[in-house]
Every structure is written in structure tokens, then in C-alpha cells.
Design a protein around this ligand. Structure first.
Ligand SMILES: Cc1cc2nc3c(=O)[nH]c(=O)nc-3n(C[C@H](O)[C@H](O)[C@H](O)COP(=O)(O)OP(=O)(O)OC[C@H]3O[C@@H](n4cnc5c(N)ncnc54)[C@H](O)[C@@H]3O)c2cc1C
Length: 426
């Protein structure tokens, strides 16, 4: 970890069982916070926020010809996939704002198979995504029968997003306390990794990292890499004493994003909306809106601001407007205030502003993304005991990252066990 473990995410869900286990193991249930009125989500249409359900309604009753399942060989875009199933308006007013708000991407650049693998596979299996969703729910229930890891599941996960008292940072703070500063090497940068095959799988890896400008080393049994691929490309790898060049790892495109936190006095917000937040489709730029969307943070979690203020979290940039993401805090403050004036009727200036700029906020799961996944697999195949679990594979959300970390931990255990079995058999 280069810096102190720091969390940029705002909310996550319990849809991955690994997230539920982590919360239980860390004793974080008491600190979990579910947003008030989280089903009230808005999308801008003709310059004004409209409830998501109202936008969705007409599409549920329309019939589209979704009988043509995409050919296996083609890497269809997210936009193409949803247009085929639900028409262009759904792409413009639902899919576009949702992907901009969750991955800073746009429907035409994103690959369907990498961005929404579950839906992509459901279409392949059932031909129709709506029927497939219903049928796959039935079959999952039958298959799992409510049993996981040999134990009967007691807790039914609560649906929807959640955060914690004091925000998502609570999760990483608790985790780092649980593991202890000695086990974690915080504010450290991994510079090189070297694999030397020994008789057993254990202790075959040695790492060099820098901490406080000092170079240190570490011996390890296995490596679970969660750094972004762009950082992995900068690390030096050795195998059996000779360099293991990473020139096969492709460059990944990243989405830049600015996050603006603003507060306004309650009396200055003439049309406050209760709920989760508002997303802005690309098409609404023609109505003068320049932000991607805004979370109503203090509406969801009232203790995030003083009683007489509203706190908003607004996203700017992404693939829709890369240059805008790099703007100064003052420029962004004006952009956010102008958009919130139109959407919520804010008057005057914000009473507080905080700005975070992420030059590489999200990897773009573009339409040639298969090459990235294949290169990661090549690394894993050629470097025994090396496993990748960052968000450059298997999904962008916190939940997906936790699940892929758990999967990698299982693979490490099998790797070490299989080597022990082999040595016992000799
Ligand atoms: C602004 C923003 C808002 C988001 N909101 C949400 C949300 O609300 N809900 C949600 O589910 N997801 C959200 N996400 C996505 C989610 O935060 C990420 O997908 C998730 O954190 C990815 O986890 P990761 O461990 O793969 O990578 P990261 O969290 O990016 O961690 C990678 C780590 O590797 C470290 N590193 C890099 N190079 C080295 C090196 N050489 N040595 C040591 N360490 C190194 C970095 O410092 C970093 O700490 C958001 C993302 C952004 C940018």
C-alpha cells in the first residue's frame, strides 16, 4: 500500500457473500448505516430531476425484439447490448447515466462482457435477459438451497447500498486495526518482486519495497496483487534470477474524475429532494448541465452535516468530459453550484467545499479489455504463487474487489496445500 489505506468509495452492497462474512468477522454490523429513502433515485430529463421509477415505467411495458442473441465472437458495447434489448431511449436515459455514475464510462466505449458479465451470461444462457433474470433466480435458489460453505445461512442480506458511521473509511480503519500495523506495511511502495523456485512452495518470493525513503525487503509464500495494472507495469519482476519482462501487459485506459463535496444552508436550497441522488444523462448537457451526478449525502445520512445544512457529493469528468475533471477547485465549484441551482434551486455560494481529483479513478473496461485479462492470466500462469485480485478484473465495485480478494486467498491456500501434498508424496 503506497499510502495510508484510504477509501474513495461512498457506498457498497451486500450482494457478495464475502462482504457479509467480512462485516460479521470485523464486528461491523453495529456501525453499518443504510441510507434513508434509498429507493428514491432521480434521473434528469428535460433539465429537471424525475423519479427513476417514473422514467423506467414506460419501458417495462414496451416490447422489443431481443430474440437475436449476440454472436459469441463479438465484444458488444454496453450501449449496443441494451439498445438491442430495450431501445435507444433506455440507453440514453437509464444506461448512460448509470454507467457514468458508477464507472465514469460511457455505454459505447464499455464492453458488455466485462462491465456486466452476469447479464451477458444470462442472455447467452436464456436468450432474453428479463426471462433469464427470473429463471436464474429460481435456479440459484434451487442450487444453493440456502447453504453456503457447509453451514446453513442465518442472515438474509439487507438489500441496497450501505455505508458506515463515519463513512467507508470505517471499514479500512477497522481492517487495519484488526490486522495490526506490524502485519501491514503502510505508506510503502513495492518496487520489485522476485520468484525463485525452492523445494516447497513456501518462501519462494522476495519483495523489495520502499518506506520512508528506505529500501526494505520481505520474504513471502505467495503474492496477491491488488495494485492497478498501470502500477504493476512499473514494478520489476524476476524469475529464477533473470528479469521477467512485463512488456505483454497492455496499457489500460483510465477515467479521470473530480469529486466535489459542497454544503449549503438549508434555507438556500429551494427545492431539496429527499432520496439517494440524481444522475445526469449525457444528452442533458444540451440543457446546460455539466456534472455526471450528485449524491444527496446528508439526506441519506443526516449526521454527515450540521442540522441546518445539506451536504452534496458531485462527480465531474469521466469519459464524458475528461478535461473538465482536471479543472481547478474554483472552476468546479462554479460548475457544481450552477448545476445544483438548476436541479435543486440552490441560491448563493456553498458554505464549504472539498475537492478530490482522481487522475485514474476507474480502469475503462473497453471493448479490447480481453487483452488485459489475458495478460493478467499469463502472469499468474508463469509466476507460481502470484494471484491478481484488483479491480482490473471481475468488476469495479468494492464488493467485487472483496470477493476477488477472497477468491485469490482460496487459490493461495490451494497452491500451498498442493505443494505440501506433493512433498509428502515424495
Ligand atoms: C471517486 C470514486 C468513487 C467510488 N465510489 C464507489 C462506491 O460508492 N461504491 C463502490 O462499490 N465502489 C466505488 N468506487 C470503486 C471502488 O472504490 C474501487 O473499485 C475499489 O476500491 C477497488 O479496489 P482495489 O483494491 O482493486 O484498488 P484500489 O482501491 O485502487 O487500491 C489499489 C492500491 O494499490 C496501491 N498501490 C499502487 N501501486 C503500488 C505499489 N507499487 N506498491 C504498493 N501499493 C501500491 C495504491 O496506493 C492503492 O492503495 C469508487 C471509485 C472512485 C474513484
Amino acid at each position: 500500500m503506497k499510502e495510508r489505506i484510504q477509501w474513495q468509495a461512498f457506498l457498497t452492497t451486500e450482494s457478495e457473500p464475502e462482504v457479509q462474512c467480512l462485516l460479521d468477522d470485523l464486528g461491523l454490523r453495529d456501525k453499518q448505516q443504510f441510507p434513508i429513502s434509498q429507493n428514491k433515485r432521480y434521473i434528469v430529463r428535460n433539465g429537471v430531476p424525475v423519479l427513476f421509477q417514473i422514467i423506467l415505467e414506460p419501458f417495462l411495458w414496451k416490447k422489443y425484439d431481443s430474440s437475436k442473441v449476440s454472436d459469441d465472437g463479438t465484444d458488444e458495447s454496453v450501449g449496443g447490448f441494451f439498445q438491442r434489448h430495450f431501445g435507444k431511449e433506455v440507453v440514453d436515459y437509464l444506461i448512460d447515466p448509470i454507467v457514468a455514475g458508477t464507472s465514469a464510462g460511457d455505454p459505447d466505449s464499455l464492453s458488455m462482457s466485462h462491465s456486466f458479465p452476469e447479464l451477458w451470461n444470462i442472455e447467452k444462457r436464456f436468450g432474453s435477459i428479463l426471462a433469464g433474470l427470473v429463471l436464474s433466480k429460481f435456479s440459484t435458489k434451487k442450487e444453493s438451497g440456502g447453504v453456503r460453505n457447509g453451514t446453513t445461512e442465518k442472515r438474509k442480506p439487507r438489500r441496497g447500498s450501505f455505508s458506515f458511521q463515519n463513512g467507508m473509511q470505517t471499514l479500512t480503519d477497522t481492517l487495519s486495526k484488526e490486522l495490526g500495523e506490524d502485519a501491514l506495511k503502510l505508506r510503502s511502495e513495492v518496487l520489485s518482486l522476485s520468484y525463485n523456485a525452492g523445494k516447497y512452495a513456501s518462501q519462494n518470493w522476495s519483495l523489495i519495497y520502499s518506506k520512508d525513503k528506505n529500501s526494505k525487503d520481505l520474504i513471502a509464500d505467495a503474492v496477491i496483487m491488488t495494485a492497478p495494472v498501470c502500477s504493476v507495469r512499473e514494478m520489476k519482476f524476476m524469475k529464477g534470477g533473470i528479469p521477467f519482462p512485463l512488456n505483454f501487459l497492455p496499457e489500460v485506459a483510465y477515467m479521470p474524475l473530480s469529486v466535489m463535496i459542497t454544503t449549503f444552508r438549508k434555507e438556500s436550497v429551494k427545492r431539496p429532494l429527499e432520496g439517494f441522488g440524481v444522475l445526469v444523462p449525457s444528452l442533458e448537457q444540451q440543457n446546460g448541465l455539466r456534472t455526471l451526478g450528485t449524491l444527496f449525502s446528508s439526506m441519506m445520512f443526516p449526521n454527515r452535516a450540521s442540522n441546518d445544512e445539506y451536504l452534496y457529493t458531485t462527480f465531474i469528468g469521466g469519459s464524458r468530459n475528461r478535461e473538465l475533471a482536471k479543472s481547478s477547485t474554483d472552476e468546479l465549484k462554479q460548475i457544481v453550484t450552477t448545476d445544483l441551482r438548476q436541479l435543486l434551486g440552490v441560491e448563493g455560494e456553498p458554505t464549504f467545499v472539498n475537492h478530490f481529483y482522481w487522475s485514474k479513478a476507474f480502469p475503462l473496461y473497453g471493448r479490447n479489455y480481453d487483452s488485459v485479462v489475458k495478460a493478467i492470466e499469463t502472469m499468474e500462469k508463469n509466476l507460481p504463487g502470484f494471484f491478481y485480485a484488483g479491480n482490473h478484473r471481475d468488476g469495479l465495485s468494492v464488493g467485487k474487489s472483496i470477493a476477488s480478494g477472497c477468491k485469490a486467498a482460496d487459490l493461495v491456500i490451494s497452491y500451498l496445500e498442493s505443494s505440501t501434498d506433493q512433498s509428502c508424496a515424495e
